[in-house]
Design a binder for this molecule. Structure first.
Ligand code: ADP
Ligand code: MG
Length: 663
C-alpha cells in the first residue's frame, strides 16, 4: 500500500490527523468519499428573509475587526457589498482569515442572514467564486484538516493513483451500463453537475451492496452445510429451576425467545438467531439463559459488546445473575493490564473460564478457546458477516445469538441478514412505565430549565444531549459547551453538570460516566456518545437539543437511556413542533412501531441516522433509501454465486479462500 507521505505537503502531523479519519494510505485517501454534495445556488441578498440560510457572493469592503472574548473565542467582522447592497459579515474563530480578507477581494459567504442587524453570520467563507449550478463535495472532517486541504490531498492522489478494484463483475457493469470504478471515484470527488453525482453514486452504491450481499450469501451457502459436531444434551428441568430462581417473572415474549433458542441449540443445526427488542425489554437475561444452556452442555460462552463501558456493565450484572451457579464469569477488555489479560487468555484456553465477556477483541488472534459453543453479540449489526468469517478462520463454528435494540422490519431483516432466524421481544417487563415525550421550541428553554430543576429537586438526574461537540464553526447547532454555559448561568452553581463527548480520553469518559452513575453529577451534557444500553436507573429526564437533526432510530435509542425504573420519566425534544419525526416520537414508545415509521419516511432529513448509529456502516449506500438497489444486488449475487463466476475475480477469491480449509 502506498504511503501517504508521497503527497506533497503531507507531513507526520497531517498524516496523524488523516489517521483519525481512518485514512492510512493512498488507497484509503482516494476512497474517502464525500458524505454529501451541495448544489450551489447563489442567493440575492436583497430577497433574503430573516434567519434564512444563504450563499452569497460579495466583495470585501472594510478591513476586518477582530474581537476576542471568553477563554478562546474570537470573531471577525467586516463590511461587504453583495449585489450592490451593503451588509456586515461576521465569522467566529477564524482570525487567520483576516490577512486574506483584503478590501476588494471577491468571496463567497455561506451562512445565515440576520435581517435586523443586516448581518450574515458566516459558517464558511470561500475565496473562490462559486457559480450557481456548480457542486461542492462535503467531507467529514476532523480537527487539523480543513476541507480545502483534504480536497487538495485527494486530488493529488487521484492524479497518479491507478489501483482501482471493482467488485462488480464485468457482465453486470455491462448489463447496467455502469461507469468504470475509476470514473466513479473521480466523479464523486469532483462532479461537474448533478448527473455526474447520480452516475457515480449509483455505481458505488450498487458495488458496495453487491459486495456485502455476496459475503452474506456466500456464508449462508457454506453454513447451510455445517452441522454441529455435538448434540447438546441438557435437562430442561435444570433450565426451569434456574429461571424460577430469578428475582422476576419472565415476560411472555422472553419465554418464547428462550424456547426458540433452546430448540435451535438442541438441534443438529447451528443457531444463527437475532433477538430484537426495545431498550429495556430484557434481552440480557434471555442471553444469559442461552449461556446457561450452553454451560449445561459443557461449552464456553463469549459475549461481545460494542464498547468497553458496556462490556463492564454486562459483566457486572451477569456475574451477579449467575452468582448462585458454578459458572465462572470473567471480563476481558483492552484496557486491562497485560498480566491480567494474559492470565485470562491462559484460563480461557484451558477451559477454566465458562463465560467470557468483552469487546469484539475477544475474537482477536491471541484469544483461544477450549470449546467455544456460543457467541452472543450485543448491539452491532454489521458485525455479523465479518464476525462469522473470523470465527470460521479460527476453525470455530459455535451457535450465535445477536441482540439488537434497533429492530428492523422483517423484509429488511431477511434481506440483510439472509439466513438469520428472528425472535422479537415486544412485551415490556411488568411495572415499566412509558416515557412521556414532548416537543419544546428553543424559545421555551426557560420552561425546560424549570422542568430540569424540578427533576433534580426530586433527587433525580438528567441527560442533556446535543448533536455536536465544539462551538462549531460550520453550523449553528447548539453545542455541548454552549449548553453547559447556559446551564451554569441559569442554575448559578446550584447543580453539578458535566460534559461528555467522543473526543475525551477514555479515562476521562469513564470517570465522567462513573460520577454520573454514582449520582455525583446531576446533569450529564453529552453528544450521542452516551452508549446504547447504559443503565443509570436514577436518570429520569432527557433533553435533546436540535432533535430534528436526528433520525428516528437514534432518537428512540437515546430516549431509552431513561425510563429504566418505575419512576415517571420525561423526554423533551427541542425542535419544531411540526416535524413529522418528532411527532412520531411523542406518539409512541414502541421501537417496532417507530422503526416501521422510520423506514416509511426513508431517512428524511436524517443526518445521524442508520450510518452513525453503527448498525449499517456503508460508505455511500443507505439500506433504507437504497433498498431497491439492495434487492437487485441480492438477486444478482445469487446468480453470481450459483455460476461460480466469483472464482474469476481476485477480490472475491481472497474472501472465499480465507474461509476454505475449515470444514
Ligand atoms: P435490554 O433489552 O435493553 O438489554 P436489559 O436486559 O438490560 O434490557 O433489561 C433491562 C432491565 O430490566 C434490567 O435491569 C433487567 O434486570 C430487568 N428485567 C429484565 N427482564 C425482566 C422481567 N421479566 N421483569 C422485570 N424486570 C426485568
Ligand atoms: Mg442491552
Amino acid at each position: 500500500m502506498e504511503n501517504l507521505s508521497v503527497i506533497k505537503g503531507l507531513g507526520p502531523k497531517s498524516i496523524a490527523h488523516l489517521n483519525n479519519l481512518n485514512i492510512y494510505n493512498i488507497s484509503d485517501l482516494v476512497n474517502y468519499y464525500p458524505y454529501k454534495h451541495n448544489l450551489i445556488v447563489l442567493d440575492d441578498i436583497k430577497n433574503c428573509a430573516d434567519k434564512q440560510n444563504v450563499i452569497i457572493e460579495c466583495i470585501v469592503d472594510s478591513v476586518p475587526l477582530t474581537r476576542r472574548f471568553r477563554a478562546n473565542m474570537s470573531s471577525l467582522t467586516f463590511r461587504a457589498v453583495s449585489n450592490r447592497k451593503m451588509i456586515a459579515v461576521m465569522i467566529f474563530n477564524r482570525v487567520f482569515l483576516k490577512t486574506h480578507l483584503k478590501p476588494g477581494t471577491y468571496i463567497t459567504v455561506i451562512g445565515k442572514y440576520d435581517a435586523l442587524k443586516n448581518t450574515v453570520i458566516a459558517s464558511d467563507i470561500k475565496f473562490e467564486r462559486l457559480k450557481t449550478g456548480s457542486i461542492e463535495s462535503v467531507y467529514h472532517l476532523t480537527s487539523g484538516v480543513t476541507s480545502k486541504q483534504l480536497k487538495k490531498y485527494i486530488n493529488e492522489a487521484l492524479s497518479f493513483y491507478d489501483n482501482y478494484v471493482d467488485y462488480i463483475p464485468n457482465y453486470l457493469n455491462e448489463k447496467y451500463g455502469f461507469i468504470s470504478k475509476k470514473e466513479a471515484v473521480n466523479l464523486i470527488h469532483n462532479p461537474q453537475n448533478e448527473s455526474d453525482v447520480k452516475k457515480s453514486l449509483l455505481k458505488l452504491k450498487y458495488e458496495e451492496l453487491f459486495e456485502f450481499m455476496f459475503k452474506i450469501n456466500y456464508l449462508k451457502e457454506i453454513n447451510k452445510a455445517s452441522k454441529t459436531e455435538y448434540i447438546r444434551n441438557v435437562d430442561i428441568n435444570e433450565i426451569n429451576d434456574f429461571i424460577r430462581s430469578l428475582p422476576f417473572e419472565l415476560t411472555a415474549d422472553q419465554n418464547k425467545a428462550i424456547k426458540d433458542i433452546y430448540d435451535d441449540m438442541t438441534s443438529d443445526k447451528r443457531m444463527n438467531r437475532l433477538l430484537q427488542g426495545d431498550v429495556g425489554s430484557g434481552k440480557t437475561i434471555v442471553s444469559v439463559i442461552a449461556a446457561y444452556i450452553n454451560h449445561l452442555s459443557k461449552h464456553q460462552t463469549a459475549l461481545m459488546a460494542p464498547t468497553e463501558v458496556l462490556a463492564v456493565q454486562h459483566y457486572e450484572t451477569i456475574k451477579n445473575t449467575l452468582a448462585s451457579t458454578n459458572i465462572r464469569v470473567e471480563l476481558l477488555i483492552g484496557s486491562m493490564k497485560k498480566k491480567e489479560k494474559d492470565d485470562i487468555t491462559e484460563k480461557l484456553k484451558d477451559g477454566k473460564i465458562d463465560f467470557i465477556i468483552g469487546t469484539h477483541a475477544l475474537l482477536s488472534d491471541n484469544v483461544e478457546f477450549k470449546n467455544l459453543g456460543l457467541v452472543i453479540t450485543d448491539e452491532q449489526h454489521r458485525f455479523g458477516v465479518n464476525q462469522r468469517a473470523l470465527l470460521r478462520n479460527k476453525g470455530l463454528l459455535p451457535d450465535t445469538l445477536y441482540m439488537s435494540a434497533t429492530p428492523i422490519p422483517r423484509t429488511f431483516a431477511l434481506t440483510i441478514y439472509g439466513d438469520m432466524d428472528i425472535s422479537n421481544i415486544k412485551t415490556k417487563p411488568k411495572g415499566r412505565k412509558d416515557i412521556k415525550t414532548i416537543v419544546k421550541s428553543e424559545k421555551e428553554m426557560i420552561e425546560v430549565y424549570e422542568m430540569i430543576k424540578n427533576e433534580i429537586d426530586n433527587h433525580h438526574q438528567v441527560y442533556v444531549v446535543s448533536p455536536l461537540i465544539e462551538d462549531s464553526e460550520v453550523s449553528d447547532l447548539t453545542t455541548v459547551n454552549e449548553i453547559k454555559r447556559n446551564i451554569d448561568l441559569y442554575f448559578k452553581g446550584s447543580v453539578k453538570s458535566a460534559i461528555m463527548h467522543g473526543k475525551l480520553s477514555k479515562n476521562d469518559k469513564d470517570k465522567i460516566m462513573n460520577d454520573f452513575k454514582e449520582g455525583k453529577t446531576d446533569i450529564l451534557i453529552s453528544t450521542t456518545v452516551i452508549e446504547v444500553g447504559i443503565d443509570v436507573k436514577n436518570a429520569t429526564m432527557m433533553v435533546i437539543h436540535d432533535a430534528g437533526m436526528f433520525g428516528l432510530a437514534t432518537l428512540h435509542q437515546l430516549r431509552g437511556r431513561i425510563g429504566r425504573n418505575s419512576y415517571d420519566s420525561t423526554c423533551i425534544l427541542i425542535g419544531d413542533k411540526n416535524n413529522s419525526r418528532l411527532k412520531v416520537m411523542c406518539e409512541s414508545n414502541d421501537g417496532f412501531y417507530i422503526t416501521e415509521k422510520d423506514f416509511e419516511m426513508r431517512g428524511e432529513g436524517d443526518l445521524f441516522g442508520v450510518k452513525q448509529s453503527g448498525d449499517m456502516t456503508f460508505k455511500v449506500a443507505n439500506i433504507k433509501s437504497d433498498f431497491k438497489i439492495l434487492l437487485q444486488a441480492r438477486d444478482d449475487v445469487k446468480e453470481f454465486i450459483k455460476s461460480k463466476d466469483y472464482l474469476n475475480y481476485d477480490c472475491y477469491n481472497d474472501f472465499v479462500k480465507s474461509l476454505e480449509s475449515i470444514d
